[in-house]
Design a binder for this molecule. Structure first.
Ligand code: IVH
Length: 679
């Protein structure tokens, strides 16, 4: 190598290292601390440069490079992963008395008072990670506790699992030095929000849905193709440092140390000096579990002092230094009395379980979703079955499956009706699809759902046209489609029972005012499949008029940010239907504004350039509605609070986002204040 070439190679190596450090740091700030330090575009630019550099000089491509998270080739099967130290399970405590008994025994064996660390018991799957000289070398599942499966390639795709320990070099010289070989254990899980998104997508594609986030996480870790694992967007919390690290004396210090190494550590951990404090923590989190964006099924109580842990040791397979306090199950058995089919906005037939009322986690449940016919078939759910029902957080109750041992033989297999239960028209069951649809676009059930959606706050916001009015208007045949609203007059409205002249006057005025909501809200109100308020806003901004959107090809639509083939296909399909075009013509003729202010004007809204986060339940706006209002005022909505957040909109039972906002000194808004800012 010539001296010049050598120099170039050296500087390329230095540049690669510099890029890797900056990307790792940005990744950590974004995913683990939830406090981004650079923009997405800056991040992409760094990653792209590193990819290019590694392509030119493959010898620079290290296994712990951030470019190596995805892209490993699928494997045929997993190789065994031998645990250096057995991965233990925990004994359960199902009552406060059992926790007290655990404490008493620990105190007796210790011969002194015992302090604890309380951690949330994350409902996912346990994994082990091995780091050699600070780089992730291998990772495995628990398996039977002695041998698990080597799922390294899959674990690499999880953004919060560091490929390189963050402060490895620094910690070597300051706190207890990490060993050359360091094993960390923790829980892989799926956020509730990611779970809902995953299932919604699967439902659209006619794939079987997952019963709970844990199953989806555990299936995700066991994919043979890491690209599929990556799609699930799994998350991770570290909770155990397996090897002794000089200088660390307590579990509490270990957790802090794990955080220093760049691992995500659950923020809701607490130290407890007495068993009463432990129990207070357990009660508090059993109460507050719905505030979290991940499922927990209990609390893990650990003796804080590591030397004492060692002394207490293990009996059979359970350590005597830790116990799992299990929350009351939010699962119950009950009878499936029947299945009723409702018709959605787009004509989909949705099977719903009618249940013998049963209390689950303090709430009486008498109906639950059954998703679609595939779900019913693949789980072999029959009418008359005793079924297992779960209610998980803000997720709607769902029937998990039948209790087969309770079968009597008198249960009936359910079939989807061939005619619409509402209008009697033919039902289309496209082969290979899980979804059945009523073929009549004028079906009152569909019209009703569409009207309701069109008039809702995030859409055209027509006060006085709520559920009841929408139902009466469709039942009386006064409105046949959305545009029909604008043809209503006082005489017709007088036919609606219990509607006085004052409310007729108000409703007509509100209908009139709704004509000026603009393209984004109109587009959202049309209820086109996959077009939520965010997508509607983007299309309105980019295209400006409804004709421009109607005339756009799928490719043209896909040039807009975040519009993929699925959304584009749905939009073009909508505007291909002559009946829809004719309806839009009538909307326009009635004077409904079908244009959007130019981007520049939208950007001058009261919330232009502002980032907002929503938390808790607002008194009268749904999440979707609040989002639509914010977008229309030029603002942006994100999922988590960071220094870049301008406002946090707080409703009832806010999550820890409120606390975080207060900590960072971010302005809080209630619904009234939000309405003021978006008017
Ligand atoms: S400690 C010996 N801490 O619960 C210590 N486990 O049966 C064992 N889990 O297999 C684990 N959150 O999958 C620990 N903060 C936490 C945990 C936790 C969830 C799971 C883990 C383990 C099971 C205990």
């Amino acid at each position: 190598m010539s001296p010049a070439a050598k120099k170039r190679a050296e500087s390329a190596a230095a540049r690669a290292e510099n890029l890797r450090n900056r990307i790792d740091e940005a990744n950590y700030r974004y995913y683990v601390l939830d406090d981004p330090s650079i923009t997405d575009a800056e991040f992409d630019a760094l990653l792209r440069e590193l990819v290019e550099l590694e392509k030119e000089r493959p010898q620079l491509r290290t296994p712990d490079s951030p470019t190596q998270r995805v892209g490993a080739v699928p494997s045929e099967r997993f190789t065994p992963y031998q645990h250096a130290r057995p991965m233990l399970s925990l004994a359960n405590a199902v009552s406060e008395d059992e926790v007290r008994a655990f404490d008493e025994r620990a105190r007796k064996l210790a011969g002194s008072a015992v302090a604890y660390v309380c951690e949330l018991k994350i409902d996912g799957l346990a994994i082990a990670l091995d780091y050699r000289n600070g780089s992730l070398e291998r990772g495995g599942t628990r398996g039977d506790g002695r041998v698990g499966e080597d799922v390294t390639a899959n674990l690499r795709t999880i953004n919060t699992i560091p490929l390189r320990l963050l402060s490895f070099e620094k910690l070597r010289t300051t706190m207890g030095a990490p060993n050359d070989l360091l094993e960390v254990r923790g829980e892989v899980y799926l956020r509730k929000s990611d779970f809902e998104r995953l299932n919604a997508g699967r439902e659209r594609e006619g794939l079987p849905v997952f019963a709970n986030p844990r199953n989806a996480a555990s299936g995700g870790v066991r994919q043979l193709d890491p690209a599929l694992t990556a799609q699930r967007r799994l998350s991770f919390f570290a909770y155990q440092l397996v090897d002794d690290v000089a200088g660390l004396r307590t579990q509490w210090e270990s957790l802090r140390y794990l955080a220093e190494l760049g691992f995500p550590v659950n923020p809701n951990v607490a130290r407890a000096a007495t068993v009463d404090e432990v129990l207070a923590y357990c009660r508090q989190w059993e109460e507050r579990r719905d505030e979290l964006d991940y499922e927990i099924d209990g609390v893990v109580i650990k003796v804080d002092d590591l030397a004492l842990q060692e002394r207490l040791g293990v009996v059979a397979r359970d350590p005597r230094w830790a116990i799992a306090f299990k929350f009351k199950p939010r699962e119950a058995r009950t009878k499936l009395i029947g299945i009723v089919v409702t018709v959605g906005r787009t004509g989909t037939l949705n099977p719903n379980a009618v249940l013998e009322p049963v209390k689950i986690g303090g709430v009486t449940v008498k109906s639950a979703t059954l998703h679609n016919i595939d779900y019913i078939r693949s789980n072999d759910i029959r009418i008359g079955d005793t079924v297992l029902v779960t209610r998980a957080g803000d997720v709607i109750p769902r029937v998990v499956g039948p209790v087969l041992t309770e079968r009597t033989g008198r249960e009936r297999v359910f079939t989807m009706p061939d005619v619409c239960p509402v209008c009697g028209s033919d039902v289309d069951h496209p082969p290979g699809e899980a979804i059945s649809r009523c073929t009549n676009a004028a079906c009152p059930a569909q019209v009703y759902e569409r009207l309701r959606h069109f008039a809702s706050r995030g859409a055209m916001d027509i006060e006085g046209l709520g559920d009841v009015m929408a139902q009466q208007l469709t039942e009386l045949g006064l409105v046949g489609d959305i545009a029909g609203i604008y043809a209503l007059d006082a005489e017709q409205l007088a036919e609606v029972p219990r509607t006085g002249s004052k409310s007729i006057e108000n409703l007509l005025r509100n209908i009139e005012q709704s004509k000026r909501r603009g393209l984004a809200r109109l587009l959202y109100g049309l209820g086109i499949r996959f077009v939520g308020s965010q997508t509607a806003q983007i299309l309105a901004d980019d295209f400006g008029t409804i004709e421009a959107i109607a005339d756009a090809s799928s490719d043209e639509l896909q040039r807009s940010e975040g519009i993929g083939p699925e959304v584009a296909g749905s939009v073009t399909l909508f505007f291909k239907q002559p009946s829809n075009l004719e309806m839009i013509e009538r909307l326009r003729a009635a004077g409904v504004d079908t244009t959007a202010p130019k981007r520049a004007r939208a950007a001058a809204g009261k919330l232009a350039g502002k980032t907002l986060v929503l938390t808790g339940t607002l008194p009268s706006l749904s999440r979707e509605e609040a989002t639509a209002l914010i977008l229309a005022a030029g603002g942006k909505v994100t999922g988590s609070v960071s220094k870049k957040t301008d406002y946090v909109v707080v409703g009832d039972e806010p999550g820890n986002k409120r606390a975080k906002a207060e900590q960072l000194g971010i302005a809080l808004l209630d619904e009234a204040a939000l309405r003021d800012l978006t008017r």
